[in-house]
Design a protein around this ligand. Structure first.
Ligand SMILES: [Zn+2]
Length: 258
């Protein structure tokens, strides 16, 4: 069978082999065993399985049982795209690792019974592939703002997961949030509230940025101005709350937010 997807995890195994996880175009996540995948050897072959690379893989009929699941064994592979500069910028690299970690928290494991033509999860693949492509582009153009990239990623992700908070109306009284003076984001309740219903910090900026992020095409990322880490953090907290995770479960989170 032929699979195409982005490398979101790789673990060296034995002396030269690799176990890699791909987020497939269909939005499912699949694990593969690659003999000699670490590269090296007599000819010092480099590995093609870098995090964030887009791979096309052909599998053998044979499978390997691992502790977690059954792994498909890779027969042939080809890299069809790779980020050029992400791994040379520590912030951008951690950011991409955070994307991969977040995806692994909810992506559904591929199974041969799955209908690969189903489009149910495809949005997730387009979010991650766009995020990587434009992160790399922003670095090349010297326009890289980690908080901007992270905000856009989180908004797009929440939308594709179908858990975008309502940014139009107060979750309590139903009043229009934009015509009210201010609003606040209640992470645990999963909605915004006007400041008449709840007395709290005014987070109108976050509200506007979510609306703007939702409307912004990935290629227009530069127009999402004023994003902050603090806002991105709220979106991550909200994501974690929804999936009953803690931010400490995301290792790259602490590397980025320290
Ligand atoms: Zn209200």
């Amino acid at each position: 069978m032929v699979f195409e997807g982005v490398v979101i995890s790789k673990v060296p195994y034995k002396e030269r082999d690799l176990i890699v996880k791909l987020l497939l175009r269909s939005g499912f996540m699949a694990s593969f065993y690659v003999y000699g995948g670490q590269g090296g050897g007599k000819h010092h072959k480099p590995t093609l399985f870098e995090l964030g690379s887009m791979m096309k893989i052909m599998t053998k009929d044979k499978r390997i049982k691992s502790s977690e699941s059954e792994l498909m064994v890779v027969a042939e592979y080809q890299r069809t795209w790779e980020p050029q500069v992400i791994r040379h910028d520590i912030k951008a690299f951690y950011l991409s690792c955070l994307f991969f970690e977040i995806v692994q928290k909810f992506a559904v494991q591929y199974h041969s019974d799955h209908d690969e033509s189903s489009e149910e999860h495809e949005g997730i693949f387009s979010v991650i592939s766009n995020a990587l492509f434009y992160l790399d582009e922003a670095l090349l153009k010297k326009k890289f703002l980690p908080e901007q990239q992270l905000n856009l990623f989180m908004v797009k992700l929440l939308f594709h997961l179908g858990i975008m908070p309502d940014t139009d109306r107060c979750g309590y009284c139903g009043k229009d949030l934009l015509s009210e003076g201010g609003s606040t984001f209640l992470i645990a309740q999963g909605h915004f509230s006007c400041l008449s219903c709840v007395t709290a910090e005014n987070e109108r900026g976050l509200l506007l940025r979510i609306k703007k992020g939702y409307q912004t095409k990935y290629q227009d990322y530069e127009t999402l101005t004023g994003a902050t880490f603090q806002e991105a953090d709220k979106l991550i907290q909200y994501f974690c709350h929804h999936f009953q995770l803690k931010t400490v479960d995301l290792r790259s989170y602490s590397l980025l937010f320290k």
